[in-house]
Design a binder for this molecule. Structure first.
Ligand SMILES: Nc1ncnc2c1ncn2[C@@H]1O[C@H](COP(=O)(O)OP(=O)(O)OP(=O)(O)O)[C@@H](O)[C@H]1O
Ligand SMILES: [Mg+2]
Length: 328
């Protein structure tokens, strides 16, 4: 079996792939560039991201993944075919894909994963693995033993709030708040404060440079288009403008965490309290996020060590356990 198995975390921002043969994790942007008039695929992965928001209107660049599910099967299949080939250049045998996915997928959504598998040459099929359990394991939690672990994975298209008890995901809530919503809010906030229009990539960069849960005195110079004259111009964006855009999204997440904590039975809540909320996903990179969540919710919070990689690391562990026959 070893040699043909791949673990996949197909996110809306990044695709992370574990190649078992090489025991290696690689990542690329979850993007595909297509010319809709001809259906021709022009680029995939990081190369497609390079074209994102810079392309003429007749080229469509987007991710095939949305809120943990596959939004466009054909594009997801093509993207995976390219990225698997890049992850392992050896000609493919009978590939098996292990894909991290929400536990409550509909039949149609499950079907989309297997169709994607066929399209990307995974003749051995696609095995879906519970994403919150992957996350917990990637955070170093002994999932079989835990009597209450609460996790929040802040992704790009959504965030997943979950509770794991003795190896099972007992709660998994998809919250429509993620990095992309923050990017849109930053572009809005910049327009309101400066009358300048910026694209999603610029908003994304400003978020990475300036987003912080606390008040920070910093700013970045960038370029946009004057909303009135339509001409390009320089604009200075302060950390305050970014803070104002990002915080309502984090506040919604904190509210969901507080509500979840309130409805937990005392025994589970007591165990959750011991570990505190565990943050993962790219959104956990915002400085001081764990401290901010702890203050907002009144419960402890920590950022996982490999927060951006928890899902794929947990998936790798799942695959290793399956190979050795150890309990998963
Ligand atoms: N320094 C940072 N500040 C704010 N956000 C960040 C930072 N670094 C990364 N991010 C955001 O994290 C998100 C990507 O996280 P992640 O890789 O977990 O998402 P994903 O798994 O691709 O998406 P999804 O889980 O929604 O499918 C992006 O929106 C990215 O902008
Ligand atoms: Mg994700």
């Amino acid at each position: 079996m070893i040699g043909n198995r791949f673990g996949v975390d197909l996110g809306a921002d990044t695709v992370k792939i574990y190649t078992e043969r090489l025991d290696r994790i690689t990542e690329q942007k979850s993007m595909i560039a297509v010319r809709p008039s001809t259906g021709r695929v022009l680029a995939a992965g990081d190369a497609a991201y390079e074209m994102y928001a810079k392309t003429p209107p007749d080229i469509d660049v987007r991710t095939p993944s949305d809120k943990g599910t596959i939004a466009d099967v054909d594009r997801a299949g093509f993207l995976m075919k390219k990225l698997l080939a890049a992850a392992d250049e050896r000609p493919a045998g009978k590939r098996v894909l292990y894909a991290a996915a929400p536990i409550d997928l509909s039949r149609i959504q499950k079907r989309a994963f297997s169709d994607m598998g066929e399209l990307c040459g995974a003749q051995g099929g696609v095995i879906l693995v519970d994403q919150p359990v992957c996350d917990a394991r990637g955070c170093g939690i002994d999932t079989d033993a835990t009597r209450g672990t609460i996790l929040l994975n802040i992704g790009a298209s959504c965030s997943i709030l979950s509770v794991i008890v003795q190896g099972q995901t007992v709660i998994s809530e998809m919250l429509e708040e993620g990095g992309r919503h923050m990017d849109e809010a930053i572009a809005d906030s910049v327009r309101r404060h400066t009358n300048c229009l910026i694209g999603p990539r610029t908003a994304h960069r400003l978020k990475h440079a300036l987003a912080n849960t606390g008040a920070v005195r910093d700013a970045r110079k960038t370029f946009g288009m004057d909303a009135i004259t339509g001409t390009p111009r320089e604009v200075i964006v302060s950390a305050e403008i970014v803070h104002e855009a990002v915080m309502p999204h984090l506040s919604h997440l904190a509210e969901a965490v507080s509500e979840l904590w309130e409805r937990m039975p005392p025994q589970i809540a007591e165990n959750m309290e011991k570990q505190g909320l565990i943050l993962s996903g790219g959104g956990a990179r915002i400085p001081n996020t764990a401290e901010w969540f702890a203050e907002k919710t009144g419960h402890g919070a920590i950022t996982a060590r490999d927060y951006e990689m928890t899902t794929i690391l947990g998936l790798r562990e799942y695959m290793r356990a399956e190979e050795t026959g150890a309990p998963k």
